[in-house]
Design a binder for this molecule. Structure first.
Ligand SMILES: [Zn+2]
Length: 92
């Protein structure tokens, strides 16, 4: 594996982590079952905004490296988003 491919897959992993963290933050802010009463609405909003900004920053890093590489690495699994079930605790 060449080093740029490794950088792309590493950046992707970082992006996935940020994406999952953002989903979780959104969930914690909006889910009646998980929402923390200790955290104010304003705080939750700013946490969501921060998590989203971080996710976007990671996405841009990943996209820039991907553009530099010029193709999507063959191991498709490594460059696709996981199925994040952020609403899994919601009653059906
Ligand atoms: Zn929940």
């Amino acid at each position: 594996m060449n080093s740029l491919v490794r950088e792309v897959t590493d950046a992707h992993r970082v992006y996935i982590d940020a994406f999952i963290a953002w989903e979780r933050t959104l969930h914690l802010a909006s889910c009646p079952a998980c929402r923390s009463e200790r955290v104010s609405k304003a705080e939750q909003r700013s946490e969501c905004a921060e998590a989203e900004a971080e996710k976007e920053r990671c996405r841009r890093v990943f996209q820039t490296l991907l553009d530099e590489l010029g193709y999507v690495p063959e191991d498709r699994e490594r460059v696709e988003l996981p199925d994040v079930d952020a609403a899994s605790c919601r009653p059906n």
